[in-house]
Write a protein that binds this ligand. Sequence first.
Ligand code: SF4
Ligand code: SF4
Length: 659
Amino acid sequence: MTPPFWLPAVLTIFLAVCIGIFLNRLAQIVGLLLAGRAKDARWDHVGARVRSLLVNGILQAKVYRSAAVGLLHSFIFWAFVILGVSIVEITAQGYQPGWQIPLPPWLYGPLYFAEELAALLAIVGVGMALFRRYVLRPKKLMHEGFRDATVVLLFILGIVTSLLLFNASEQALGISHESNWKVLSSLLVNASIVRTDPAFYWWVFWGAHVVLLFSFLAYVLYSKHSHIVFALVNSFFIDLEPKGALKPIDLEHTETFGAHRVEQFSLRSLLDGFACTECGRCTDNCPANATGKPLDPMRIITGVKDTLLAQGPAIVAARTDGLPDMFQTVHTEDGIWACTTCYACVYECPVFNEHVPKIVDMRRHMVLMEGKMPPEAQETMRKIEQNYNPWGIGWDQRGKWADGMDIPTLADDGRDAEYLFWVGCAGSFDERNRKVSQAFARLMQKAGVKFAILGPEEKCTGDPARRIGNEYLFQTLAKENVATLNRHGVKKIVTACPHCFNTLKNEYPQFGGNYEVIHHSQLLDELLTAGRLKPSKPVAAKVTHHDSCYLGRYNDIYDEPRRVLEALPQVQTVEMSRCRDKGFCCGAGGARMWMEETIGEKVNHRRLTHVMETGADIVATACPYCLIMMDDAAKTKDVDAKLSRADIAELLDRSISGR
Ligand code: SF4
Ligand code: SF4
């Protein structure tokens, strides 16, 4: 097969143009990413980052959270990895037909076999993907990226089909290397058009393969398939800080807080949009979106990218005056306020995109730069400032729930306590949750745990303030609480509130507060295992456990509360359709507890439907916010008598003390 004299020149020009377009676009994107002003260098723990690159980037571990989608994606991904070798070899045929990559001779056969198998798997993968998009049509894929995805799938189909037909033409011509390893193309020889004129079709399919391949290269960074490159980068630069820790603002040395323009994000944060596969998993799992709020986490990611591309030249030239900000181009204020910070979007994202920090940064801008927040949230912040709790009850009443229970305070005679029981605002001031604090305290007393409380010295941890965007108030509270805890020499803290737990454990180290913090479900589980608590009275009921986002997705505590429930005599436990790391938020996180929910269905009402589907008599919680939300939903939806709501500590206390 001698190429026509003009082919090498034409091929060289074509390759140069396609590679040039790819490199030019890559340089443009890198230039835009470098416009990100916030500092977030992630070069530490290189070993862990390389591991993430291998496990999450190359092996795509997170993609398999949806098994079928993971499978079809892996077919296509591995096909491209294996076909990478063939790209060089087939392209070189335009200069020198018959040329092979120099390899040990024994390797050619297996390589060609793998290449054809990969091509077949890619065809199956593309078929599955097209079936999903055009027949099953899941809502999460029905967005404007649909057309782009179809173009990319057709490119892939064309590339692998032309490869197989090119190989078949070679077989028909008798010039194929290692033809006995090329099982698929040998089957195709007689079943396809190539047998009619093999020499002609050799050139046709060679041309089709090379043109499609390099056109795809030129196109890829203009499409959502830029994730082929940037998802790998994202998986290296993952956030290795605790999941529940928001990044602090250096309030003393920063002039603008939060973000309302894309360039205020960090380079790593801007990378998210280019890594996004537009799979829609984040939006599909968002409780706010599911209940009709104007919040679409995927749009936050793609909106930042689109804005960066649209305003890029002005951003690079520092001429952004008058340009629309992110509240016009990325997401509305209503959407940003609707987030419960449940973390489902980040948790589900296969490419490690970080939605919650962006949302909190946009809230920080509204609160700290523009003084904007819903009026009821403003009132809550005022209550926290005045009485150190969102209920606004006098700060000196914090320890009142413990009256008559003989519980010492650290300032009084509790200095030798093993644990500080951090009660939290809900456990101290909310009437319903005071009963939980009492039940948990009784259990610790029964088990002989030496504990004390802070009483009036305890202040709100600042979780609602931080999540609403009021970093200033959060840091004030955090520093004051850390000073109190360190003054008392506190080492171990137990709390029944996952929000306090998360803040004390994951965020207070940012302010010099380093303690061993455990959740009450962990301590109760430990006391049951050690035989220090012995439930004896039957709890003959069907119980379902509602996972708190701040305990589960943020801190990976799923089993301990369940083990506490399973220890109750005669109890029957049942799981909701959405449980554990797939759990559906109660609607209270992200300071949503302190904001009116006026748009769409209430999130706690939707969660109640999941509870009722199980036929449970009791919904058990391990979070005061969840308990309040479940209580409210049951009363509003008129299932008050049908469904009990109880904290796991109350159920255990009932079985032990019969209360
Ligand atoms: S954190 Fe939860 S509520 Fe907020 S955008 Fe993500 S999924 Fe939606
Ligand atoms: S942000 Fe992540 S989960 Fe959401 S669409 Fe993009 S890749 Fe999918």
